[in-house]
Write a protein that binds this ligand. Structure first.
Ligand code: ADP
Length: 287
């Protein structure tokens, strides 16, 4: 009898603990929802005044009618480029909070891959020239000419990878490789049996590289390899976490291979989702 009373007490205790945990989980969920909403609203409110700063500083530095001195123009330029940095940061925070709140929408469309990669190349030609870094594109003929994906998201993924590649490379080359990936490589993905074309896009550089024991953390928000690198190169540590989240949203996966002092290759493998496929947000992202 003693034992059965003990057991009863235990199960009551367990029940109470379970309820406590459930309450805590609800509380956490709610506060995380408030946090995401707050970030989304705040980002929106910050963008409006920032747009005037950007517009007016650009007018000041560009318009010959103002007759500004070279130094004044230079100041206007600095205001403009700092404002642009701030806008990028706000947009990144907004994207991350949308992802966290599950509110980021994916819109599928036909993307002409060749033209898409050409556009990415054009976006970074100036940077490559300025830093005197070779910029190479390898586009394999096995890639289907049209890929069904979200062009805007894909563009942001590649922009993040390319700006990192150029930022962390002082000499040598940056290259983009586009080819078909084998379905076996993406077997972890629930889409794998239904999708027959996967595309692999990788961005390689001959830059500073990332130590092996730091590679796991770079995809986490606000994580940078170390303080010295951050002070030297700036940045927010948001780019790669957005890259990873976006790639997963597109049904794909994101990988890194890197050797300290030699260079890095960031690879994304994404499915070519023909129309009528289930929304990718409903599909468990690949890990
Ligand atoms: P940010 O570049 O704004 O710091 P990211 O999330 O894009 O943030 O990158 C996180 C960190 O990963 C960087 O601070 C850097 O230490 C490292 N990293 C990213 N890309 C590269 C690269 N191509 N070469 C070397 N290190 C890189």
């Amino acid at each position: 009898e003693e034992r059965s009373r003990d057991a009863e007490l235990k199960s009551e205790e367990l029940q109470a603990a379970k309820e406590q945990l459930e309450d805590k989980a609800k509380e956490l969920q709610l506060s995380s929802k408030y946090k995401s909403e707050f970030l989304a609203n705040m980002s929106h409110e910050l963008r409006t005044p920032l747009n005037s700063i950007l517009l007016l500083s650009e007018m000041l530095s560009d318009d010959p009618d103002y007759e500004l001195s070279e130094e004044q123009k230079e100041f206007a330029n600095v205001i403009h480029s700092s404002g642009q940095d701030l806008l990028n940061l706000i947009n990144d925070i907004l994207d991350l909070s949308k992802i966290e709140a599950g509110k980021l929408e994916v819109s599928y469309e036909e993307v002409y891959m060749n033209e898409f990669i050409d556009r990415m190349e054009r976006n970074f030609l100036q940077t490559a020239k300025k830093k005197n870094i070779d910029f190479e594109i390898h586009f394999n003929s096995d890639v289907p000419p049209i890929i069904y994906t979200d062009e805007q998201r894909l563009q942001q993924i590649l922009k993040n990878l390319l700006s990192n590649a150029f930022k962390f490379t002082e000499k040598g080359s940056v290259s983009i490789n586009v080819e078909k990936a084998q379905p076996e490589e993406v077997q972890f993905n629930r889409l794998a049996p239904q999708v027959d074309t996967w595309v692999r896009i990788s961005v390689s550089d001959t830059g500073i590289g990332i130590a092996r024991d730091k590679q796991f953390m770079i995809f986490e928000a606000f994580q940078q390899v170390d303080g010295a690198i951050m002070r030297r190169y700036g940045g927010t540590g948001l780019g790669l976490s957005i890259t990873k989240e976006f790639t997963q949203l597109l049904g794909g996966t994101c990988l890194v291979e890197s050797q300290e002092g030699k260079g890095s290759t960031f690879t994304i493998i994404i499915p070519n989702l023909p129309g009528g496929m289930p929304a990718v947000t409903e599909i468990e992202a690949a890990e």
